[in-house]
Design a protein around this ligand. Structure first.
Ligand code: KG4
Ligand code: ZN
Length: 369
């Protein structure tokens, strides 16, 4: 089976084709045949964050360009559009409409098209959805709608085979969530951020430190040069009995610190801030692993690229939960991409959970359960 997936929820336009082959043991082997991403970082950077309407315009511009590249790389093509005359189709045009289904079947095409329908920026999501609807109409293939967060979780299946029940930690620019999965596509949100997401806090603190957008990688680089361990900043909700997070107080603490110490060493501040975020993420993940007996821990989302977080998660598992397998999203799949959307879509395709192209809508606040 081949799945062509499209992702436009934020500031990356992405299209990928994933080939899935069943293995004798009842599992599946994924091969990414094409994986294209057009990043809009340069366009949004001067504004210090993503501007929804600019994102929409860029998606509109980039989608056909990426599609052409993906089709070329995979040998697929869309049916030729029949040129229209006043009275209808051109008489001798080899139109798929006139010849019926057989003609369409000769077209090399994916078996399914998958699209992210939320959460994210609605104008951006709509661009992808409209584009995907046009493709399924041309190809006459089913459409699958994927929640962006399930994509981040399923990125780990592209290079591994997590076992259920599992705990997923999603850490991105818009979300910080701990999710329990007893089987495929079955999500129970155990805890989430009550205010800012972890990545958002990285981006906001980076702005305070006059670092470019997106701030996560910048802070992480700067922190490598810094040192600390003074515990300058609070660890919000670290001892709360629930599995929720809060990062806005931490961000404010950094703001006040920089106001009081304008000449503070930037790398030390970056280091201390990163320590505080990682401490909280680790403490809550540990609490969830103690409470729920799982076989795997899956970690995904942009912040999962953070070296300090990756090392701390590895240490947590090897020290405290040696029986649990850790699946850190492969580094090149932590940020937004369409291969992860295709991976999630495979499990929906298996269950024939198709979306109706007539009424599929973008939902900026789409939840996992
Ligand atoms: O998953 P993602 O690409 O987009 C969303 O779904 O939001 O995540 C983007 C977030 C940004 O906030 C970015 O600053 C953060 O991931 N990020 C990092 C690192 N690389 C990206 N945060 C901390 N350390 C990193 N190395
Ligand atoms: Zn994301």
């Amino acid at each position: 089976m081949k799945i062509l997936a499209i992702e436009t929820s934020c500031d990356e336009t992405a299209i990928a084709v994933l080939e899935i082959k069943k293995t004798r043991s009842g599992g599946q082997k994924f091969s990414i045949l094409s994986n294209k991403i057009a990043s809009q970082i340069k366009i949004h950077a001067p504004f210090g964050g993503v501007v929804p309407n600019l994102a929409k315009r860029e998606h509109q511009k980039n989608l056909p360009v990426l599609l052409r590249r993906v089709l070329k790389e995979t040998g697929m093509h869309t049916p030729p559009s029949p040129p229209l005359l006043r009275g209808g189709l051109v008489e001798n045009f080899p139109s798929f409409t006139r010849r019926g289904k057989g003609e369409v079947n000769k077209i090399i095409k994916p078996d399914v098209v998958a699209i992210t329908n939320g959460p994210g920026l609605e104008p951006a999501l709509w661009m992808g959805i409209t584009f995907a609807k046009e493709l399924v109409a041309k190809w006459r293939v089913p459409l699958i709608a994927i929640n962006h967060l399930e994509g981040h979780i399923y990125a780990s299946w592209l290079e591994g085979a997590p076992k259920f029940p599992l705990l997923a930690l999603i850490v991105s620019g818009g979300h910080t969530e701990l999710v329990l999965m007893k089987k495929h596509l079955d999500y129970k949100v155990l805890g989430e951020t009550l205010d800012d997401a972890a990545g958002e806090a990285f981006d906001k603190v980076a702005r305070m430190l006059k670092l470019p957008y997106p701030g996560g990688p910048e802070i992480s680089k700067l922190a490598e040069k810094g040192e600390g361990g003074k515990g300058l900043f609070p660890r919000p909700m670290i001892n709360s009995p629930d599995l929720n997070f809060s990062f806005s107080g931490l961000k404010t603490a950094v703001l006040y610190y920089l106001r009081d110490y304008p000449n503070a060493n930037k790398s030390a501040v970056a280091y201390e801030f990163q320590e505080a975020v990682v401490d909280v993420l680790i403490a809550k993940t540990k609490k969830a692993l103690e409470k729920y007996k799982v076989k795997s821990l899956v970690v995904g989302g942009g912040v999962a690229a953070n070296k300090k977080l990756r090392a701390s998660l590895e240490k947590l598992i090897s020290d405290k939960f040696p029986d649990i397998s850790l699946f850190l999203s492969p580094l090149w799949l932590t940020g937004d991409n369409a291969a992860m959307i295709a991976a999630a879509a495979y499990f929906k395709a298996k269950k024939k959970k198709f979306a109706n192209p007539k009424n599929l809508k973008a939902d900026g606040n789409l939840r996992l359960n």
